[in-house]
Design a protein around this ligand. Structure first.
Ligand SMILES: Cc1cc2nc3c(=O)[nH]c(=O)nc-3n(C[C@H](O)[C@H](O)[C@H](O)COP(=O)(O)OP(=O)(O)OC[C@H]3O[C@@H](n4cnc5c(N)ncnc54)[C@H](O)[C@@H]3O)c2cc1C
Length: 414
């Protein structure tokens, strides 16, 4: 194996490239990235960078000399448009082709748009009333921060997921008026369930941010955002800025027809090898784009969080190298982890929640805005959520790895 290509030039791809070099791979490594930037960190885009506390140079994932030392070829500002597995080439938007012996798909995910609500063109972002934007890229964050900095904007966030709520907290912290509109009955329902979602609503209310749940957004125009509560009459909330945070979709459009199995992501086996690649053509996926069976949780999953992208980049690179040596790579079966910072609160979650979990607060209380909650399902501990209790939370990683029973997890706390 002499030529390894990564499609995507962000966190997962960077970690994969660093792992290849760390393991002694001295062939060529090419990172193809649709964005013009070298890999940068996305979490600050909704937090410190958006708040104006950090400047863009702080979000670079490495200093310039560390990027240079990797000795990789950067194909930036150009998207991959097609994959020929038999010919082992990736086609690029500029008409060129990049040949590979091994491929890592690390092309992440893109924000979904609301039907009938187009995003504002970047050139119009400064003056648009309202500005309608998602938040995924450095450029999105800088355009949004230019508008929020004045502190006098009426901001409507559509979607009470993590990114929407972080934007709400940051925008409010700058003094703007913020309303969040959510279609489900509670914020963060998919990630944390209804009860814990309500706990998150409570500390947004402390800061004067109203989260209106059970509403359907009907449209956006110069008067603001029109929405309909499920059991009420249509209302309009005025808006200077509208942030659409209704989720992302994996960036797999360019892989259609390649022969790879695609289903809400690149479908992989337990080692992150992409399904559908012909025998002898090593293709792995990593990060937000990868869907794989996590054997620890007996569940196929696609995870849209930082730690997963970083770890999978490393795992995919090692698995790729093991193809060359004939070794069998092991399954990737981690305890998923994420964090989210909103106001002065840090939410951290280990494991995997689902809507029908038993949820029990085992330390602290929602009213204290500080607690540890455990999530159980089918007799097993499935997750642990901490709000400003990192030391209490972290030991649960080992318990989740051990597949501890729900009863034992509760008894341990008692
Ligand atoms: C605003 C924001 C805040 C976040 N905060 C947190 C947090 O607090 N905690 C947490 O755990 N996680 C957080 N995340 C999630 C975390 O940043 C992502 O999980 C992580 O960035 C995923 O990395 P990735 O390398 O898989 O994909 P991405 O970072 O999405 O990068 C994929 C790259 O591939 C490029 N690409 C796509 N298609 C093509 C193509 N055809 N050709 C070439 N290039 C292509 C994209 O342009 C992009 O640059 C946040 C994400 C965002 C957007």
């Amino acid at each position: 194996m002499e030529r390894i290509v990564m499609v995507g030039a962000s966190l997962a791809a960077l970690r994969a490239a660093e792992t290849l070099r760390g393991e002694g791979f001295d062939g060529s490594v090419t990172l193809v990235g649709a964005e013009a930037h070298r890999p940068y960190d996305r979490p600050p885009l909704s937090k410190k960078l958006l708040a104006g506390e950090w400047e863009p140079d702080r979000v670079a994932l490495r200093k310039a000399d560390a990027f240079d030392a990797l000795d990789v070829e950067w194909c930036l500002g150009v998207a991959a448009t097609g994959l020929d597995l038999a010919g082992r080439t990736v086609a690029l938007a500029d008409g060129s082709e990049v040949p590979f012996d091994g491929l890592v798909l690390a092309c992440g995910a893109r924000p979904k748009a609301l039907p009938g609500v187009p995003f504002t063109e970047p050139a119009a972002a400064a003056d648009a009333r309202p500005l309608v934007t998602a938040l995924r890229t450095l450029d999105d964050s800088l355009a949004l921060r230019a508008r929020l900095a004045s502190g006098d904007q009426r901001v409507v966030v559509i979607g009470a997921g993590f990114i929407g709520l972080e934007v709400a907290a940051t925008a409010r912290g700058l003094g703007n008026d913020v309303v969040v509109l959510e279609g489900a009955s509670a914020p963060l329902i998919r990630a944390l369930g209804a009860e814990m979602g309500a706990a998150v609503s409570a500390f947004h209310a402390d800061h004067g941010v109203e989260i209106r749940c059970d509403v359907r957004v009907a449209g956006v125009d110069a008067s603001g955002v029109r929405f309909e509560p499920v059991d009420g009459v249509s209302e309009v909330v005025p808006a200077d800025v509208v942030v659409v945070g209704i989720g992302v979709e994996p960036a797999t459009d360019w892989l259609e027809g390649s022969g790879l199995e695609l289903r809400d992501g690149v479908v992989c086996d337990a080692t992150l090898a992409a399904r559908g690649a012909p025998e002898g053509v090593p293709v792995f996926a990593a990060g937000d784009v990868a869907r794989w069976p996590n054997e620890l949780f007996d569940e196929e999953m696609r995870v849209e969080h930082w730690t997963n992208a970083a770890e999978q980049g490393m795992v995919a690179a090692k698995a790729l190298l093991s193809c060359a040596t004939g070794e069998e790579p092991g399954p990737y079966a981690p305890v998923p982890f994420f964090w989210s910072d909103q106001y002065d609160r840090r939410i951290q979650f280990l494991g995997r929640a689902s809507a029908d979990d038993d949820v029990q607060i085992v330390s602290g209380a929602v009213d204290d805005r500080k607690f540890l909650a455990l999530f159980g399902r089918e007799g097993r501990l499935r997750g642990a959520l901490g709000l400003n209790v990192p030391k209490l939370l972290m030991p649960h990683r080992a318990l989740l790895e051990q597949r501890i029973s729900w009863d034992d997890a509760l008894a341990r706390v008692e």
